[in-house]
Design a protein around this ligand. Sequence first.
Ligand code: MMA
Length: 262
Amino acid sequence: MASEITYAEVRIKNESNSSVTYSGSPAAPREKPTRHLSKPGSLLVPFTSLMVLLLLLAITFLVAFIIYFQKYSQFLEEKKAIKGITHEELNCIKNVSLMEAPGIRQRVLSLEIDLCILAPKEKSWSCCPKDWKPFGSHCYWVTTHTSTDSAASWNESEKKCFSMGAHLLVIHSKEEQDFITGILNSRAAYFIGLWDSGHRQWQWVSQTPYNESATFWHKDEPSSDDEKCVIINRRMNSKWGWNDIRCSEKQQSVCQMKKIHL
Ligand code: MMA
């Protein structure tokens, strides 16, 4: 009995017209499908939890970074402000808002610069160097008239103020004039930051405009074109006022600077 033979012929024709013939060869094995060992969705819960955790962690880091960055820039700003200070000890006033403490407007504290750095960060401290007197937005320093070497020419006096980060006194108002005369010695005369830049062109050292309505010249002053610098003193009539004198005369002086805000 002739055995039955089954032929299988597959002819595949590709685009380049070359033909490949497989005869009797078994079909190429197919890729095994991945087997799912567990039910779909059972990994979803831990995966989602992990993602949420990572997201929370990322948000926490971001918030921490932003807060740290803000604090650091604040610190740098304050360091910059302090860099210009040549005085080792400051007296600071904290302006307490009425919301914080009704009835209390100001609290006075004396503290060292190091403490000022650590103080609350809202720049709510107004400071003057130790031994300087605060008034309005400025600090004032008066030479001691009893000390022999504190009398100096106008130029030397201005230089001395400059070396302390200040300038000779500029008087802006009647209130300021009254405050200053209240802390001066009536037997001394003090240079102020007013000078004649030529033929009665009065000029303040700090570029403050010379305002005729806020001047406090003694009677019959200014008196001479040769006298180009100005002192504040008390005359026989017991009134404080200004007088022009020669710049080379040696007198006491008053320095002034803007309050330091920390
Ligand atoms: C007098 C008076 C002033 C002048 C000074 C100079 C004491 O006051 O003449 O006008 O500026 O002398 O020291």
